[in-house]
Design a protein around this ligand. Structure first.
Ligand code: SAH
Length: 492
């Protein structure tokens, strides 16, 4: 398996800068042992006009070692590797990706102290991989690389050059060219997309692969038209991992998104919920459950408390039953993103009159929040320190006092079902606590009793017979008796 990366240059920007950017000196032949074998970096060309770095992989599997030695790898690496690729196709690209990330890890992060400005600038780049396993063929290769700014030449490799009648193999000879990308971007594209094309399923995809994918995909994967295919193949079609990666990508993209992108995500999410084999993201199931519950309560004027980046507000706006929607959040950044997502500044007058975003903290009573039909606290309570929770309870149930309150929160029991969560971890870095079903019920029952509400519980997401659903929802309805206080306080 081998790959070359080339660039061109001139006196001012010599091509040999590639050596600095890759942190591998062009004059040396270097070998790096990785867990799978030895990776060699050599420079077939290194001068001012042109510089090529080649990464060769010598795989440390007994059969291969035998073959490789027998055929004289040094003399004809291409042929020897092609042999390997034919025998053990699944291994090749994931190994190359591992080698890329271990040999060029600094370059992949775009760090170069010697030539910092060059590391940040796009370079004329040419990447060549003579035999790349590509499930989906040349057409898929183009769909993956072209949106990223590459000019793609992908030629199917015949199964056997001497017997053209046998047709093509699943390999392509790939040449990628671009002058729009930095070296770090190029390496990160390869790191993710080579194993995706290989569609390898032989290795155990562990939970940290989601993090690796998101790190390597930063800046280009959110918004890639084949984002779903890339994510699911990269994670070997493990749907729970894929779903989590998709949710996180959605958030990343929202954080970066300009308005036009926001629209695409929502379409992507909707498509996603239609695709049978792909489970609907939990965030979408949650929004659907909330909107259904608000409908049952016949709420028209709704508060979304802790509205975050405005996904629910947007869902509510699409539904004419909701005549007035107020999103409240303490985070100005979240509200800015929400406002962009909703295109508040370009909304027609009628739509604009239905929606408002306000900054405020839910632990303080707020006159602006009084008189609404319903309030939603979707995945918010767990962001407060427990000692601050009674302040929120009073501000919402005691002061704002809408007829209906919906509260959703993670069910911590379900965490054992998230494959990416190490045991004992909460789902989000900012969660101050996560409740079991019993803890949530106890809290909700106490709040309901104190503030004169009746409460019912619903599961959101798959209701696991053992550990329950991933999200739990409580629906509070104001009782006819409207006094506030515990039984004891009322008796007193
Ligand atoms: N409701 C959204 C966002 C949940 S994340 C959803 O379901 O996706 C929690 C949100 O609560 C964050 O946006 C955070 O800024 C907000 N938040 C946390 N503490 C808050 C407080 N005291 N007052 C108002 N908003 C708060």
């Amino acid at each position: 398996m081998f790959l070359t990366i080339s660039t061109t240059g001139d006196e001012k920007n010599p091509a040999t800068d590639l050596g600095f950017l890759l942190h591998k000196h062009p004059d040396n032949t270097q070998a790096f042992s990785t867990s799978y074998g030895t990776a060699h970096v050599v420079y077939p060309q290194a001068d001012t006009e042109g510089c090529t770095a080649a990464l060769l992989l010598e795989v440390d599997a007994p059969a291969l070692v035998r073959k490789g030695r027998g055929k004289g790898r040094g003399g004809a690496p291409d042929a020897a590797l092609a042999q390997y690729v034919n025998d053990r196709p699944y291994a090749a690209s994931s190994l190359l990706a591992v080698a890329l990330s271990s040999v060029f890890s600094t370059a992949m992060r775009g760090v170069c102290q010697a030539r910092p400005e060059r590391a940040r600038q796009p370079l004329p780049l040419r990447v060549e991989i003579p035999a790349l396993p590509a499930r989906g063929g040349a057409a898929l290769v183009r769909r993956l690389f072209e949106p990223l700014g590459w000019t793609v030449t992908a030629e199917p490799v015949p199964l056997d050059a001497q017997f053209p009648q046998w047709g093509d193999s699943r390999y392509v000879g790939l040449v990628l060219e671009s002058a729009e990308l930095t070296l770090a971007e190029a390496l990160r594209h390869l790191y993710v997309l080579l194993p995706v094309l290989d569609d390898a399923k032989h290795y155990w995809v562990s939970a940290d692969e989601v993090d690796k994918l998101l790190r390597a995909g930063e800046g280009w994967l959110p918004g890639h038209p084949e984002q779903k295919l890339i994510t699911s193949r990269y994670l070997s079609r493990r749907w729970s991992l894929t779903r989590q990666a998709m949710e996180r990508l959605e958030l990343l993209r929202l954080a970066e998104a300009d308005d036009s992108e926001v629209e695409e995500i929502d379409n992507a999410v909707e498509e996603d919920s239609e695709a049978e084999e792909r489970p609907t993201p939990l965030a979408v199931q949650r929004r659907d459950a909330i909107i259904a519950a608000l409908g049952e309560s016949a709420a028209a004027r709704v508060l979304d408390l802790g509205c975050g980046q405005g996904q629910l507000v947007q869902g509510l706006l699409k539904d004419p039953r909701f005549t007035e929607i107020v999103g409240v959040d303490v985070s100005v950044r979240a509200l800015t993103i929400a406002s962009r997502r909703l295109k508040l500044d370009r909304m027609g007058e009628r739509q604009a009159s239905r929606v408002k975003l306000v900054q405020g903290s839910l632990t303080y009573t707020d006159k602006r929040l009084k008189g609404y039909d319903a309030a939603v606290l979707s995945e918010v309570v767990e962001h407060l320190d427990l000692p601050r929770l009674p302040a929120l309870e009073y501000a919402v149930f005691g002061s704002a006092r809408p007829r209906t309150v919906l509260v959703t929160t993670p069910n911590v029991e379900y965490n054992v079902r998230w494959e990416t969560l190490p045991a004992g971890h909460v789902r989000h870095g900012d969660h101050r606590f996560e409740w079991t079903r019993e803890e949530f019920r106890a809290w909700a029952d106490r709040v309901a009793e104190r503030y004169g509400y009746a409460v019912e519980f619903t599961a959101v997401g798959p209701d696991d017979p053992e550990v329950g659903p991933p999200t739990q929802m409580a629906r509070f309805e104001l009782s006819t008796t409207t006094t506030i206080g515990t039984k004891e306080e009322k008796a007193a």
